[in-house]
Design a protein around this ligand. Structure first.
Ligand code: SF4
Ligand code: SF4
Length: 56
């Protein structure tokens, strides 16, 4: 299990990356989550202004 960023919703603000405790989120267009590092804490989703992040 890992959280996932919807490419069509991500605005590239970087709030999720700043919130992630395991550095699982990589900058890009869109930002992406490394499933190997994600511990499903939900911190990124709580910070996303676009509701682009969800649990798979
Ligand atoms: S759910 Fe937690 S560990 Fe996974 S990418 Fe988001 S902030 Fe990082
Ligand atoms: S917080 Fe949301 S909109 Fe901002 S970079 Fe992350 S996924 Fe994209």
């Amino acid at each position: 299990m890992a959280h996932k960023i919807a490419a069509d919703k991500c605005a590239g603000c970087g709030a999720c990356k700043d919130a992630c405790p395991t550095e699982a989120i990589n900058e890009g267009t869109p930002y992406t989550i490394d499933a190997e590092k994600c511990v499903d804490c939900g911190a990124c989703a709580a910070q996303c202004p676009c509701e682009a992040i969800s649990a798979e």
